[in-house]
Design a protein around this ligand. Structure first.
Ligand code: SAM
Ligand code: DTB
Ligand code: SF4
Length: 330
């Protein structure tokens, strides 16, 4: 145990937390949140799809898989200058983390990867936390990203190891864990979470939370996505995720991983302000901002600003800026 942070949760304990009466669960999560974090602060991350569509994988939820007819236009890797322009806009709008996503199965050692490394250097120099999500990585590639100034790498487990094969057949759960290991070894922070609404059971959700919360070091951020049902994907007709399930998931994640950034990720476009307020109450302290996630709609900066005003929330300064401020004071 370290500062009350535990890595030895049992499935039974998580089961009991997840299944506790909803308001009691939210109350407990809010209490843990207050003890570990500034509850007024919400980290605002901006996502940019730097390479879109045409992906060889078969992830059943994903509009970017080449094998589904989803109407997503394939776009080759963007130019560095274009990406930096977006990053500057995001920074001006108050975002402190910039996350670049590519519809790749894995990173290959080629000119495209060199260009991504250049983008990472550029965004880092702008004073933002840089995050990438590029698919699978080996140790050397993770080290190169770290050298370029990468702050975080997003690589989701998506669901439980038991249910994984129902959703993706072109890679394994172990492949995912291996990449996460490579990222950790390179000293890059880990962003790893999942999706609810894939047709999984409550036990699958508990299983995924168990895997995340028993890692030797908790992921620094855990995105909880509600499935965005995209026409043309095998999951297009799944029922809409119930907000109470989202709240239950976020609250449980907060209790298990008290100091982690729990991100209310995909699905906000279909949530009301009061739905989102409940998620913040339950311990969410990070969002993706900007009109688009990777390919699907997200609330606008103006809508989010209005929500922050209403709820008395403020965007969190970047860890980098915080560190620099402390050094200046010393
Ligand atoms: N290709 C890389 C990979 O799979 O790791 C990076 C990009 S991929 C789009 C990043 C994550 O987006 C996925 O792991 C999944 O959790 C999430 N995602 C994709 N489509 C989604 C959808 N329709 N609804 C919710 N989350 C989704
Ligand atoms: C994460 O967990 N959610 C983001 C980010 N990491 C890369 C992606 C959500 C994608 C939603 C579907 C889309 O816009 O294409
Ligand atoms: Fe490709 Fe990532 Fe989408 Fe899977 S989630 S199809 S790997 S872009």
């Amino acid at each position: 145990m370290n500062n009350g942070i535990r890595n030895d949760w049992s499935i039974e304990e998580i089961h009991d937390i997840y299944n506790s009466p909803l308001l009691e669960l939210v109350y407990k999560a809010a209490t843990v949140h207050k003890a570990y974090n500034d509850t007024a602060e919400v980290q605002v991350c901006t996502l940019l799809s730097i390479k879109t569509g045409g992906c060889s994988e078969d992830c059943a939820y994903c509009p970017q898989a080449a094998r589904y007819n989803t109407g997503v236009n394939v776009q080759a890797l963007m130019k560095k200058d274009e990406v930096l322009e977006y990053a500057q806009k995001a920074k001006n709008a108050g975002s402190t983390r910039f996350c670049m996503g590519a519809a790749w199965r894995e990173v290959r050692d080629n000119k495209d990867f060199d260009r991504v490394l250049d983008m990472v250097r550029g965004v880092n120099e702008m004073g933002m936390e840089v995050c990438c999500t590029l698919g699978m990585l080996n140790e050397e590639q993770a080290a190169k990203l770290a050298d370029a100034g990468l702050y975080a790498y997003n690589h989701n487990l998506d669901t439980s190891s038991e249910y994984y094969g129902e959703i993706i057949t072109t890679r394994t759960y172990d492949d995912r864990l291996q990449t996460l290991d490579n990222v950790r070894k390179a000293g890059v922070t880990v962003c790893c979470g999942g999706i609810i609404g894939l047709g999984e059971t409550h036990e699958d959700r508990i299983g995924m939370l168990h895997t995340l919360s028993t890692m030797p070091q908790h992921p620094e951020s855990v995105p909880i996505n509600a499935l965005v049902r995209v026409k043309g994907t095998p999951l297009e007709n799944n029922p809409k995720v119930d907000i109470w399930d989202m709240v239950r998931m976020i609250a449980t994640a907060r209790i298990l991983m008290p100091a982690t950034m729990v991100r209310l990720s995909a699905g906000r476009a279909e949530m009301s302000t009061s739905d989102q307020a409940l998620c913040f109450m339950a311990g969410a302290n990070s969002i993706f901002a900007g009109e688009k996630l990777l390919t699907t709609p997200n609330p606008s900066f103006d809508e989010d600003n209005a929500m922050f005003q209403l709820l008395g929330l403020k965007p969190r300064v970047s860890f980098k800026a915080e560190k620099e401020r402390l050094m200046e004071m010393a």
